[in-house]
Design a protein around this ligand. Sequence first.
Ligand SMILES: CC[C@H](C(=O)O)C(=O)SCCNC(=O)CCNC(=O)[C@H](O)C(C)(C)COP(=O)(O)OP(=O)(O)OC[C@H]1O[C@@H](n2cnc3c(N)ncnc32)[C@H](O)[C@@H]1OP(=O)(O)O
Ligand SMILES: [Co+2]
Length: 145
Amino acid sequence: MKLGRLNHIGVATPSIADSIAFYRDVMGATKIHDPFDLPDQGVKVCFVDTPGAGGSEGTQIELIEPLPGNASIASFLEKNPAGGQHHVCYEVPEIHAAKAWFESQGKRVLGEPRIGAHGTLIFFVHPRDMQGVLTEIMETPREAH
Ligand SMILES: CC[C@H](C(=O)O)C(=O)SCCNC(=O)CCNC(=O)[C@H](O)C(C)(C)COP(=O)(O)OP(=O)(O)OC[C@H]1O[C@@H](n2cnc3c(N)ncnc32)[C@H](O)[C@@H]1OP(=O)(O)O
Ligand SMILES: [Co+2]
């Protein structure tokens, strides 16, 4: 496998509104996208662009706040009440080949590929098999090819 682009860093937060103010006022972010809900994943999401994001460079901060009833982010926030780095996401050209690769390496792929927050197929690999880092693998959006 060839290491792909770091598409985003997932950051869990108890309040996307507070995090937007932080990335705008403290970090000087100039492009913060409108938050949106992903009911299937039980999260509210907001993308913060870093310089070069949207092109072939740059990356994003993916802010994720649990919607009522969400268990996994809520459990993360119980352990980390102020929020924190939740996952990293790398791009791959083809999601199923990537899934087969990680499984061939004995890594636990969590569930079947599904549509993620960028509208392309994703899967997660268990942090215990990834040096302690919950890792999201995302198929590169078609328009980027
Ligand atoms: C924006 C939407 C986005 C998308 O669709 O693109 C998402 O869906 S993000 C929304 C949340 N979805 C996910 O995180 C899916 C993948 N995560 C999982 O399946 C679980 O969270 C899992 C399996 C990583 C952990 O499950 P759980 O929290 O129930 O188990 P434990 O608390 O017992 O943790 C087990 C073990 O993993 C360590 N851990 C948990 N979360 C993380 C993390 N975010 N980063 C690193 N390590 C993590 C935890 O400390 C335990 O380690 P141990 O050594 O046993 O103490
Ligand atoms: Co993500």
